[in-house]
Design a protein around this ligand. Structure first.
Ligand code: COA
Length: 424
């Protein structure tokens, strides 16, 4: 059985943040009905196209296990169908620009009138306040959430990260809020509004940097490389390069082949309990007892020298050899894996984290499967729907439109052109 069996999701999401959320819910077993504009659909279907005529990977990789119906929600018959969907579903998820649902005449009050059990879940760029009306995209959230100011090197500009913490990160937050609201509804019988703002999500993921902001009042942040280098701190949490966030000195170091392979690097942490083993591995056994090297605080002003020495050793090994040698000794290291290596990783294929999916328009492609594994509710990844693939099916089976009524709503044009196979 699937964890969210019988939960119906009215999925009004588009682009990345909302679709990540509803994809997770679909993997947990919810019936996710994605509503898209007739003839147009989610804008990402036709963004970053690699196979002409086919849905893009941008779309397919964010919309697995869903059904797609097309519906013009600004048309009178479209509104009638939408009303039925609201009555039928448990959760409405949306990430429209602020105010769009109200303009469609489906704001929170109307939704509650139609279905008091409905949970209405939204991603917005900002929470209530002076920026609440802004449209927001990934990198805006990374910047406004404090991540960019703390990412990058001290002598360079703020940097955004490759991980989509603003979009996918907020989708994850929203999914948790929805599941909590479903649980509460079991007791109260009532739905509620769930809001995840992208700025809030990024701030939550940047929590340790606000920790450091407050620690600055008590003096310099001694675990930051800049402390050992004698560079004074300003009044805000600085960019920390590749320092580790947890207080243990760490760096990214070159490995064998770095001259030609941009990813021949390892992360290396000089964790205090592993210090003696590190000294032995790199061939500096005297550092175990040497004054100025033996104790962690004494090493802080020598981190550049120490990591240079460790790097001399890592450059003689591949990043995987470094892993194989250090892991058994409990020295924390990690290879810098390229996306190519991840795509080809047999272990990730075996666990279902990397999955190959077939698609009628584009053939087989790779995707990221469900990153959370439930032992009693395994996620089986199925391909994303074609635009409007399930319009007829949902009208008939979920909403009960039959015979003349079915013909009337189709003839109204509110659901666009039915796919030929579905119309029969
Ligand atoms: N039928 C008819 N109209 C529809 C429709 C449908 N099925 N689906 C959407 N629309 C309409 C909306 O009602 C809206 O109309 P309005 O502006 O007249 O009210 C219009 O399409 C555009 O929707 P909107 O969400 O505003 O898209 P956008 O391209 O202008 O903005 C974002 C895109 C992502 C910037 C914006 O949706 C946003 O800020 N979302 C919240 C934050 C977010 O999720 N950002 C990250 C995205 S990964």
């Amino acid at each position: 059985m699937e964890a969210l069996k019988n939960v119906k999701i009215l999925d009004f999401t588009h682009v990345q943040s909302g679709p990540t959320c509803t994809q997770l819910l679909a993997w947990f077993g919810a019936d996710v009905i994605k509503v898209e504009r007739p003839g147009v659909g989610d804008a990402t279907r036709k963004q970053l196209v690699d196979v002409p005529g086919a849905d893009s990977l941008y779309f397919t990789m964010l919309n697995h296990n869903k059904r797609s119906i097309t519906l013009n929600t600004k048309d009178a018959t479209g509104k009638e169908i939408l009303e039925r969907l609201v009555k039928e579903c448990d959760v409405l998820v949306e990430n429209f620009a602020p105010g769009a649902l109200d303009r469609m005449c489906f704001g929170w009050e109307r939704i509650q009138e139609l279905n008091p059990r409905m949970i209405m879940a939204s991603v917005k760029g900002f929470g209530p306040g002076k920026y609440e009306d802004c449209k927001v995209y990934e990198n805006v959230a990374q910047c406004a959430g404090g991540s960019a100011s703390t990412t990058g090197f001290l002598d360079g500009p703020p940097l955004v990260t490759g991980a989509q913490i603003g979009d996918s990160g907020t989708g994850l937050h929203l999914a948790l809020g929805i599941v909590a609201a479903l649980y509460q509804r079991e007791q109260t019988g009532r739905g509620q509004k769930v809001l995840a703002s992208m700025q809030d999500g990024v701030i939550n993921l940047s929590r340790v940097k606000l920790r450091d902001q407050q620690r600055l009042a008590a003096g310099p942040l001694t675990e930051y490389s800049q402390f050992g280098e004698g560079i004074p701190f300003g009044d805000a949490t600085p960019r920390a390069g590749n320092d580790s966030g947890g207080g243990q000195p760490g760096r990214i170091l070159k490995c064998k082949g770095w001259e030609t392979d941009p990813n021949a690097y390892t992360y290396f942490i000089t964790q205090a309990p592993a210090w003696e083993k590190i000294c032995d591995v790199i061939g500096e056994p005297e550092w175990k007892t040497k004054e100025g090297y033996a104790k962690p605080p004494q090493r802080l002003d020598k981190l550049n020298e120490i990591f240079d020495r460790i790097e001399q050793w890592t450059m003689t090994k591949t990043k995987f050899e470094v892993m194989d040698i250090c892991n058994p000794l409990d020295i924390p290291v990690g290879p810098i894996l390229s996306m190519k290596e991840i795509a080809e990783d047999e272990g990730l294929r075996a666990t279902g984290t990397i999955v190959e999916v077939d698609h009628p328009e584009r053939g087989p492609y790779l995707t990221v499967g469900c990153p959370v594994k439930l032992s009693d509710s395994p996620a089986v990844v199925t391909r994303s729907p074609l635009l409007g693939e399930h319009t007829a099916e949902v009208l008939r089976d979920v909403l009960g439109y039959q015979g003349e009524e079915f013909d009337r709503v189709v003839a109204s044009g509110a659901v666009g052109e039915l796919r030929v196979e579905a119309a029969e």
